[in-house]
Write a protein that binds this ligand. Structure first.
Ligand SMILES: *Cc1c(COP(=O)(O)O)cnc(C)c1O
Length: 355
């Protein structure tokens, strides 16, 4: 039996979107490929509220995270971490020989504008990374407040991991001033895993041009140059199957209306949070609770793996806690094309299975 996914990626993908993955192939150096990739970029610019160039990468989101920190750090990177995905970015910097410092928040707490200001005031850094939505702890960082601080440091490149929030929450890339905003297919966009995309500012282009060793496959300047000079083509063969599905799904998303889509995510989040507070507790501070997934503190000490087994028998799946939060927390994703009705059914099922 297929289990409906309420895990924070991969998410449930609609049948019509899945079918687009089976479209007949086209040549990747053809005008048709350029047109497909150009169309996707234009739609992503709307979703991301940006005029910056869009880069696509046949990799999961981690690929562009690694490419960003390696391609654009000239001096030293300040990696702000609120959990597993911030820590991953630090590991990527270190293993690529990129000088970096890890600036961590206590688990369940956000990256504050004060932390960013304090680090950048030292003058040591020319790039920062921020996790917009931390999928382990269920924290959504205060991007607008961080943007206010970033105005003081116009020379610093701002990279943002919006992998588990872009498409589910409004992220106005240009008005925030984010230089490289990264997302991928299998979270709020509601597609199978395997493709990542980012916005890439002129400032990021200039920074990358000064970095001598940017790698090859994930050299973001190389991707940028192809997009600009070769009409949205890519240096290596991309996953055209993902592109057919992404192009189609972006049309659906724009048809739903971005404001409607964000409102639907918020409504689902409110229902899950209310349920969590009634039955358990929220893990993150509510002020910073994510709108795309909820991390629930397992105050009743239920066996999460046992619950998930029983949910599976009923055709549903949620996520256990991540890393050291396993069994101590569990996570319910309310992202992409999930509906309120499905969320209510899921919560009702958990109620019945945990009495
Ligand atoms: C899913 C996710 C990623 C990317 O992980 P992949 O394993 O590369 O798909 C990065 N950051 C966050 C916050 C995520 O949720």
């Amino acid at each position: 039996m297929h289990k409906k996914l309420f895990i924070p990626g991969p998410v449930e993908v609609r049948d019509d979107v899945l079918e687009k993955m089976a479209s007949p192939m086209i040549g990747h150096r053809t005008k048709d490929a350029s047109a497909l990739q150009r169309g996707i970029a234009q739609k992503l610019q709307k979703l991301m509220y940006t005029k910056n160039t869009i880069l696509l990468s046949t990799s999961s989101g981690s690929g562009l995270m690694e490419g960003a920190v390696r391609s654009c750090t000239g001096k030293r990177a300040a990696i702000f971490s609120v959990g597993a995905f911030g820590d991953r970015w630090y590991k990527m910097a270190v293993s690529n020989g990129v000088p970096a410092d890890l600036i961590s928040s206590e688990q369940g707490r956000p990256t504050t504008p004060e932390m960013v200001d304090q680090a950048l005031s030292t003058g040591k850094y020319d790039l920062i990374t921020i996790t917009h939505n931390e999928t382990s702890t269920g924290i959504m960082n205060p991007a607008e407040e961080i943007a206010e601080v970033m105005k003081k440091y116009p020379e610093v490149i701002w990279c943002m991991d919006a992998v588990s929030s872009m498409g589910g929450a409004k992220i106005e890339v240009d008005s925030l001033g984010v230089d490289i905003c990264i997302t991928s297919t299998q979270k709020c966009l509601g597609l199978p895993p395997g493709m990542a995309m980012c916005s890439f500012s002129d400032k990021a282009v200039a920074a990358a041009a000064k970095v001598p060793f940017r790698g090859a496959y994930l050299d973001l300047l190389e991707l940028y140059n192809y997009v600009i000079k070769k009409d949205h083509q890519y240096p290596s063969t991309p996953s055209l199957s993902h592109m057919f599905a992404l192009d189609y799904q972006l049309d659906r998303i724009l048809e739903e209306g971005l404001e409607n889509r964000f409102a639907r995510h918020l409504e689902m989040a409110k229902v899950v949070r209310a349920w969590a507070k009634e039955n358990f507790e929220l893990f993150p501070e509510e002020k910073y609770a994510s709108v795309t997934l909820t991390t629930v503190k397992n105050t009743k000490g239920i066996s999460v793996s046992e619950l998930n087994k029983k949910l599976g028998e009923n055709g549903y799946m949620i996520s256990n806690g991540y890393g050291n939060l396993k069994e101590v927390t569990f996570r319910i994703a309310h992202m992409a094309d999930a509906t309120m009705e499905e969320i209510r059914t899921l919560l009702g099922l958990i109620d019945r299975l945990t009495v």
